[in-house]
Design a binder for this molecule. Structure first.
Ligand SMILES: Nc1ncnc2c1ncn2[C@@H]1O[C@H](COP(=O)(O)OP(=O)(O)O)[C@@H](O)[C@H]1O
Ligand SMILES: [Mg+2]
Length: 296
């Protein structure tokens, strides 16, 4: 191992908190590859751990990261599930090779879109030949709705490993729901003392910066504004949020998200929508999913 790689290895071991714990986890994942789901409250170090595990596992076998955190996204822009194959160290945020537009910075009100994006992303990662698939999640872990979402993430993805990054007792309901399951290994880790909390304002800034970065060099396109091309027309008909600066998902005839765009102009009478999106052309874009949130 060269000096640069040795330094990186040490950094990774340290960031697991307890080296022995980290090494043990890594060995389990390496020996029994498959889908790994990581759950934990906000700022427990989930994304940092995923990044470090991804780096180590990728040197062993083809590895992908699926990021189902639609708020503090680590793969692709926010408001989406994003996925990428890991080649060395992941950037922050890493570029998504596969996107699934959800349309909000929070999972609430969008469980089905989020779950279908997760399933679609896993299929994509497997089709790419990934043996290890690491799934990052939001810190939304408290209460009945959060438990249902996490429960069904497990049901739909059938993980080989579930990592619980615990700070207190917040993951007990999830642990209770799965502790006797024979079809997965549950790894309980303590959240790193070094993990620091990020303020609401810092989170908002991160989201907007990440969106701006994603939209660098984007082009302006016009498209028809009518119900025929909307997969979620009710969100427009019952709209109270205004179309200007709204995020939209540009979908193709497979239902795949080609890109995320931002509404720059909308004329309901003329049925015209102007959208900026990082695409060379909108050929192949057949449908829109109107998001709930705006780019500010
Ligand atoms: N093991 C660690 N050592 C040092 N800093 C850490 C560690 N884990 C997380 N952090 C820092 O704590 C903050 C929150 O970590 P993050 O991985 O984004 O948490 P989460 O994804 O659970 O919200 C980040 O600023 C991150 O750099
Ligand atoms: Mg995170």
């Amino acid at each position: 191992m060269g000096p640069a790689k040795a330094a990186m290895q040490q950094q990774i071991d340290m960031s697991f908190g307890h080296t022995a714990e980290g090494e043990g986890l890594l060995k389990c994942l390496r020996d029994r590859p498959g889908v790994t789901l990581l759950f934990g409250a906000t700022d427990t170090g989930k994304t940092t751990l995923i990044r470090n595990l991804a780096f180590s596992l990728a040197s062993h076998a083809p590895t992908a990261v699926v990021d189902s955190d639609v708020g503090q996204s680590s793969v692709g822009p926010p408001a989406c599930v994003g996925a990428c194959v890991v080649k060395g160290e992941l950037k922050s945020p890493a570029e998504a090779e596969m996107l699934h537009f959800v349309g909000d910075f929070s999972p609430q009100g969008h469980f089905l879109t989020l779950l279908s994006g997760l399933v679609r992303s896993l299929r994509w990662a497997r089709d790419k030949g990934s043996v290890h698939i690491l799934v990052d999640t939001t810190g939304f872990v408290t209460g009945g709705a959060a438990l249902e979402l996490k429960y069904h993430k497990v049901e739909l993805t059938q993980p080989r490993h579930v990592i619980l990054l615990e700070r207190g007792k917040e993951l007990r309901p999830l642990l209770n729901a799965f502790h006797s399951r024979q079809d997965m290994e549950i790894h309980r880790l303590s959240a790193s003392e070094a993990a620091s909390s990020i303020s609401t304002e810092e989170r908002r800034l991160y989201r907007q910066r990440s969106l701006s970065h994603y939209l660098e060099g984007a082009n302006l396109f016009t498209m028809p504004l009518n119900l025929r091309i909307m997969v979620n027309p009710y969100s427009w008909q019952e709209d109270q949020y205004g179309l200007l600066h709204r995020l939209v998902g540009l979908l193709d005839s497979q239902g795949s998200t080609r890109a995320v765009g931002v509404v720059r102009d909308a004329d309901v009478e003329k049925e015209m929508l102007a959208v900026v999106a990082p695409l060379a052309s909108i050929e192949g874009v057949t449908h829109l999913r109107l998001g709930r949130v705006h780019k500010t």
